[in-house]
Design a protein around this ligand. Sequence first.
Ligand code: NAI
Length: 282
Amino acid sequence: MAIKRVGVIGCGLMGSGIAQVAAQAGFPTIVVEANEALLERGLGGLRATLDGLAARGKLEARAKDEILGHVRGTVHLEDLSDVDLVVEAITENQPVKNETFARLDRICPPHAILASNTSSCNVTAMAAATKRPEQVLGLHFFNPVPLMKLVEVARTILTSEATVTTATEWVRALGKVPVQTKDSTAFIVNRLLVPYLLDAVRIYEGGIASLEDIDQAMKLGCGYPMGPFTLLDLVGLDTAMFVAEVMFEEFREPRYAPPPLLKRMVMAGHLGRKSGRGFYSY
Ligand code: NAI
């Protein structure tokens, strides 16, 4: 099966980006939000991004109109009754995601593939909430979606080979690079990245080096584009702590446990760039 029509649920940070890249690749895309105000905010953000690209000469006005012409917004999940693939990008909450997958299963055509962009929820539980678990998988995009090339294609023990093949081809059609992984909490990238970030906090907490020197060391010593504290501030300390807690819950290994300093910074409201202060001030 080839994917022709796409549905995206949630038009926040990730959903709007996924809708944008799907529309840019020529797929008619329906975006579902929780209510009209959120839909307008999400689609407004998508329009502003494309306007910005056009203003900087990176997108022709005609191409911009064509992309916007491929996107339709709705607040009714029922409008996904004729799509071939859905990418769910709603709030990171397992029960809400499970319920959404159960509803999608009743609404979408029998052949449709149901994918989740979750970072840390259990895709197998979402699959089990449907009567088509072999057509459910994770498609984990990276922020900002239009710029980041990688998509982790995460199969559960129930996902069929045909589903993985079709979804992987669709990821390539978006101009992205797929990597294959299993539905295991945090997949590949966060499984490696999160303990690294937590260790950086532990080194700082232990008084071994300054923030600036740890960042500088990882940039110049490993060739990373930014150091761990710059990255933590960008990701959001609350988001990093949330993912770490889910990983600790799953694997029960101390290296995934959020260090005391990280917890206290979140309690203090020092969440990173978004709150104006994290490990650095903005
Ligand atoms: P967000 O909070 O920016 O967007 C979520 C959107 O979903 C909101 O606009 C909300 O109104 C909407 N929503 C919630 N429930 C809904 C429902 N029942 N029906 C329709 N819309 C609904 O969150 P973000 O950052 O876009 O994350 C979305 C998903 O993507 C999460 O599962 C997250 O783990 C995952 N993700 C996030 C990344 C990031 O860097 N923020 C990276 C990769 C994955």
